[in-house]
Design a protein around this ligand. Structure first.
Ligand code: ZN
Length: 117
C-alpha cells in the first residue's frame, strides 16, 4: 500500500479506513478445505474408490490445527464469513501502517519546528 507523507492525506486515509473497519456480518478466521476420505463403514461405496468429499474449516487453536465439518448448504455463507475476515485483516494492516506514518510525521514536524527556532 502506498503511504502518503503529507499529514492531511495520512489523516484522511486513516479516517476513511477506520469508517470501513466494522464487520458486516459473521467473521471467520479460518480456511475452507475440501477433503476426500473413507468413512470406514463396511460395504460402503467409498471402499471401492469413490471417496466421501466434504468441506472442513481449518483453523489454528492454541497452535493446534482444528478441523470443523461444514455442511454443504453452509459452504457459500462460510466463504463469505472468511472473505469478511480477510477484508478486516487487510484494513487493520492499512490502519496500522497509516497510524505509524502519522507518528513519523508528528516527529518530523516537531524536528522541523525545533530547527526553525
Ligand atoms: Zn463411506
Amino acid at each position: 500500500m502506498w503511504i502518503p507523507t503529507h499529514p492531511t492525506l495520512i489523516r484522511q486515509r486513516l479516517e476513511a479506513r477506520i469508517r470501513q473497519l466494522a464487520a458486516r456480518g459473521p467473521v471467520l478466521a479460518a480456511s475452507l478445505v475440501k477433503i476426500a476420505r473413507r468413512c470406514g463403514r463396511p460395504g460402503c461405496h467409498c471402499n471401492e474408490g469413490a471417496l466421501h468429499v466434504g468441506h472442513y474449516l481449518s483453523s489454528k487453536v492454541a497452535g493446534k490445527t482444528q478441523m470443523v465439518y461444514v455442511p454443504v448448504d453452509l459452504v457459500e455463507e462460510v466463504q463469505g464469513w472468511i472473505a469478511e475476515h480477510r477484508r478486516l485483516r487487510q484494513l487493520t494492516r492499512e490502519v496500522s501502517a497509516l497510524t505509524l506514518a502519522q507518528i513519523r510525521g508528528h516527529v518530523t514536524a516537531r524536528k522541523r519546528r525545533a530547527g526553525r527556532s
